[in-house]
Design a protein around this ligand. Structure first.
Ligand code: ZN
Length: 189
């Protein structure tokens, strides 16, 4: 078995990302230009090509969105630290947490709590890492558009760096996971 906690996902077609490691080229065709904004080294997208601004304009399936709120939405991270890694994003393009309005702050908090409950139900994880990287110096990949990470953790996933090193974004796999999380979210509300 793997160390991803993937065995916890009942009814979800998950395979260990490490099994794909030998054939990285096979999946490059699945990447789409807006998603390249995630990985272009050292380059911050402008508001016009910001992946978190573009995502809400796309279908839930294409953007990996699991829930749309009033001021913020929740999507699966295309480059997850762990299976089920969610991002809570305001619709509005701003960088720093202290720039959020009262309404945005409240909804980011409540969606983070809902994400915890949904993940617990779908992924049956043992814990979470929750937080925001504020600014590039703090490790934010898309520093200009605030996003809160909600990362499920399992007792068996303690080898954190091997997870990062071996994880690959497999669009089909993330699609199955998106469906499962989105359905659990609807059932919760
Ligand atoms: Zn943005």
């Amino acid at each position: 078995m793997n160390h991803y906690g993937a065995e916890e996902f009942e009814g979800v077609d998950l395979r260990s990302a490490s099994t794909f490691g030998a054939v990285p080229d096979e999946f490059q065709r699945l990447w789409t230009p807006h998603r390249l904004a995630y990985i272009e080294n050292g380059q911050q997208p402008s508001k016009d090509d910001c992946p978190f601004c573009l995502a809400p304009e796309m279908s839930d399936e294409e953007a990996l969105i699991v829930h749309r709120g009033t001021h913020a939405f929740v999507l699966l991270n295309l480059y997850p630290y762990n299976s089920g890694h969610l991002l809570v994003c305001p619709y509005r393009h701003f960088a720093m947490y202290d720039e959020a309005t009262v309404e945005e702050t409240a909804e980011i908090a409540s969606l983070t709590q809902e994400a915890m409950r949904v993940l617990k139900k779908v992924a049956r994880n043992d814990g979470y890492n929750i937080g925001m990287n504020q600014g590039r110096v703090a490790g934010a990949g898309i520093a200009d558009h605030l996003h809160q990470h909600v990362v499920p953790r399992w007792a068996t996933d303690s080898n954190f760096f091997p997870i990062i090193a071996k994880s690959k974004a497999i669009t089909a796999l993330l699609g199955d996971l998106r469906s499962a999380v989105a359905q659990a979210w609807r059932e919760q509300n």
